[in-house]
Structures are given as structure tokens and as C-alpha cells.
Design a binder for this molecule. Structure first.
Ligand SMILES: [Zn+2]
Ligand SMILES: [Zn+2]
Length: 389
């Protein structure tokens, strides 16, 4: 692909949605989703001096009408009730209710809609809401730490409020975005592409290749179930083989990306083996794809990642790639201090990983061979619908 980074960076105008209100999205002590992940990411951006380079806005609260773009009334009412009560479960154990859960979740969704609005109004070319990415929430239930599905709501909002014709959703979280899939399963105006660790090994146990959409939406759900230990080379091979040709064929008006970083080799909840270098390259591919095929319109939301230091560093790397800024690898000392105080342990000293995953030569090769085979099969299925060669 011929692409001039200089012309891109001169256009780069990135919105960032963040408010300390995200700290209220808190399932309590000991829950794997620590809300400080949002603040420590934002403070790292700030410590690196990037706030001058982005358009920062506070998240707004989404209204009920917006939640209803995806969710059923009865479910919204249930969340409100549990939120007032402050205890109980939204699913079978992962997603406990807490006081103020309804409001906290509305800020998450509103933040994603802010990002959409900023891009659609032309206030910036790309925008990122780290609070978003709640891809397990379904029409009628919460799941997997997700209350309302801001990703699916953003898609409907783009189609219905902004009148766009086609939205491409790229989900890179290590878990399959089942809530996004099922709530947009018959929607041909949204092409959903989901890279994740195979449901054979990981929650939520879905996202197989033959889940391709239904009715008019058949062919518009693309699942890439990766084997455990998938490493940078295999992952990026699959990503580059599948995403750019699909974008070229589908011609999205906007791209929405769920940006979970639980694909990282140190993530405690999953088994892929990516390093921060992969996030840098994924961001570059997506950035180029957005400019080439979607007029630059690119909305990023957050997602999983259960090592707070990986979340803060991974998202900062992605943001810096969109801004075209080369950051010093040494993390700012003020941020390291803050991290220690908040988390109670030492973060790494560098933005990029110094440690590497241990992958034996044999495993490396067998993963590569499996992923090559997988890409072949995915492309064969896709060729019925799109020109992806
Ligand atoms: Zn750009
Ligand atoms: Zn995840």
C-alpha cells in the first residue's frame, strides 16, 4: 500500500473523551476490572504532554432513548432497580450490581456517543473513548463486566441519528464480542469483524467461523477465532490479510474499533501472547485503513485488559500512533509514582514491553501454521460476499 504518513499526521486531529466519573464504574475491591485503568491511562497521556495535542471532552450521560437503540425496556428498568438497590447480579457471577451502576454506565455510553458526535460533526478526524467497549452486554442482559453495549449503540446511533450507510466494527479484544454480534446479527449495514481467542478455550465460548450473521445480515459477521499463544507475527499476519481488503470491499463511512488489550501476554484472564509492539502496528494499520477507506472517520473505544499497566501503556501507544507523535520510551516518573500509590506495586519503567513472552520455537511455528490455515478458511467464506483476494 502506498501511503504517506506525513499527510496523515498533518490532518490528525484526535478527540479524547475522559472524566473521573469513569471511576464510578466500579464492581468493588478484588474485581478484575479496576476502574483506575481509565484514570491511569488518562494521566499517562497527560504526563506525556499529549493533552495539548488532543481535543479533550468530558463524557455526557446517554439518555434512555439512546440505550433503547439496542436494549429492551425491561432490561433498562432492571438495571435501574439493581442500581438503586446496590446489590444483586446482572449475570451468573461476573457482573455484580453496585450503587449508581445505572448512571456510571450511562456515562460510559454517553462518552462513546460523544466520540461519535465529535467525528461526525467534523470536530476531529478520530476520537477515543477509553471508557467504552462493553461488547458482552446483550439486548436483554448484562454480561462479562458489561452493562450497556456502547459499541452496538454507537453503530445504531450512526445509522439512525447520523444517517450513515455503512459502519465497520473491528473488535480486537481477546474475548469474542458476543453482545455486539447478537444485537447486530441481522444488520447488513454494519460489518462486524472480530479477532479473539477461540471460544474453545475462553469466555464467552462463542465467535466461531460459522457464526456469519442471519437474514439480510448474513455474511456481515466475520469471526477470527485464534489459538492460544497467538503471537505478534501470527496476529498481525491475520489482521493485515483480513481487515484492509474487507474495508476496501465494504467501503465503510465510519470505523468503530473495540480496543481491548487483554490479548497481551501478561493478561491474567486469557492466553494470547501479544506485546505492546502489536498495538502500535494495529493502530497504524487501522489508521491507514480509516484514511484510505472511511474518509478518516475512526472512533475508538476501550475494552478489556486486566493488567492496569498494560491498559495505560497500550492505549497510550495507540493514541500516540494516531497523533503521529514519537514518545520517549521511558515512562514519566510522576506517573510511575502515581501508579505505585494507586495500585500498590511498581509498574514497568518503559512504555513498550521490555519482557517478552516465552514461546518455544515449536509452538511459534505451530501457531503460525494454524493461523495461516484459519485465514485461508475465513477468506474462503468471505469470498462468497466480498472481493478479499
Ligand atoms: Zn489520521
Ligand atoms: Zn476481553
Amino acid at each position: 500500500m502506498s501511503f504517506n504518513m506525513v499527510s496523515v499526521t498533518s490532518l490528525a486531529d484526535v478527540g479524547l473523551v475522559y472524566g473521573d466519573v469513569y471511576l464510578n464504574y466500579n464492581f468493588g475491591r478484588g474485581h478484575p476490572l479496576n476502574p483506575y485503568r481509565y484514570k491511569l491511562f488518562f494521566d499517562l497521556v497527560k504526563s506525556y504532554g499529549l493533552l495539548d495535542k488532543v481535543r479533550h471532552v468530558e463524557p455526557r450521560m446517554a439518555g434512555v432513548e439512546e440505550l433503547k437503540l439496542i436494549h429492551e425496556d425491561s432490561y433498562i428498568e432492571r438495571v435501574k432497580k439493581l442500581s438503586e438497590r446496590g446489590y444483586g447480579m446482572l449475570d451468573f457471577g461476573d457482573t455484580p450490581a453496585f450503587k449508581g451502576m445505572y448512571e456510571a454506565s450511562c456515562f460510559i455510553v454517553g462518552g462513546t456517543l460523544n466520540a461519535v458526535d465529535m467525528v461526525m460533526r467534523g470536530e476531529c478526524t478520530h476520537a477515543f473513548n477509553p471508557g467504552g467497549g462493553h461488547h458482552h452486554a446483550a439486548r436483554d442482559r448484562g454480561a462479562g463486566f458489561c452493562v450497556f453495549n456502547d459499541v452496538a449503540i454507537a453503530v445504531k446511533y450512526l445509522l439512525e441519528k447520523w444517517g450513515v450507510k455503512r459502519v465497520m466494527v473491528v473488535d480486537i479484544d481477546v474475548h469474542h464480542g458476543d453482545g455486539t454480534q447478537w444485537s447486530l446479527y441481522s444488520e447488513p449495514r454494519a460489518l462486524k469483524v472480530d479477532f479473539h481467542e477461540s471460544g474453545m478455550y475462553l469466555y464467552p465460548g462463542t465467535g466461531f467461523m460459522d457464526e456469519m450473521g442471519e437474514g439480510e445480515g448474513y455474511g456481515f459477521m466475520v469471526n477470527i477465532p485464534l489459538p492460544p499463544r497467538t503471537h505478534n507475527e501470527a496476529y498481525l499476519y491475520a489482521f493485515k490479510e483480513i481487515v484492509p481488503p474487507l474495508a476496501e470491499a465494504f467501503k465503510p463511512d465510519v470505523i468503530v474499533q473495540q480496543s481491548g488489550v487483554d490479548t497481551h501476554f501478561e493478561d491474567p484472564l486469557a492466553h494470547l501472547a501479544l506485546t505492546t509492539q502489536a498495538y502500535s502496528e494495529i493502530a497504524d494499520v487501522m489508521h491507514e485503513v480509516a484514511h484510505k477507506y472511511a474518509g478518516g472517520k475512526y472512533v475508538m473505544v476501550g475494552g478489556g485488559g486486566y493488567n492496569v499497566e498494560t491498559v495505560a501503556r497500550g492505549w497510550t501507544i495507540m493514541l500516540s500512533r494516531l497523533l503521529g507523535v514519537e514518545l520517549p520510551d521511558e515512562l514519566p516518573s510522576s506517573w510511575i509514582e502515581e501508579f505505585k500509590q494507586v495500585m500498590g506495586y511498581e509498574p514497568p519503567k518503559t512504555l513498550h514491553d521490555e519482557a517478552k513472552p516465552f514461546i518455544s520455537e515449536g509452538t511459534w511455528r505451530s501457531v503460525m501454521a494454524d493461523v495461516e490455515q484459519l485465514v485461508k478458511q475465513v477468506k474462503k467464506r468471505l469470498s462468497q460476499f466480498f472481493k478479499v483476494e
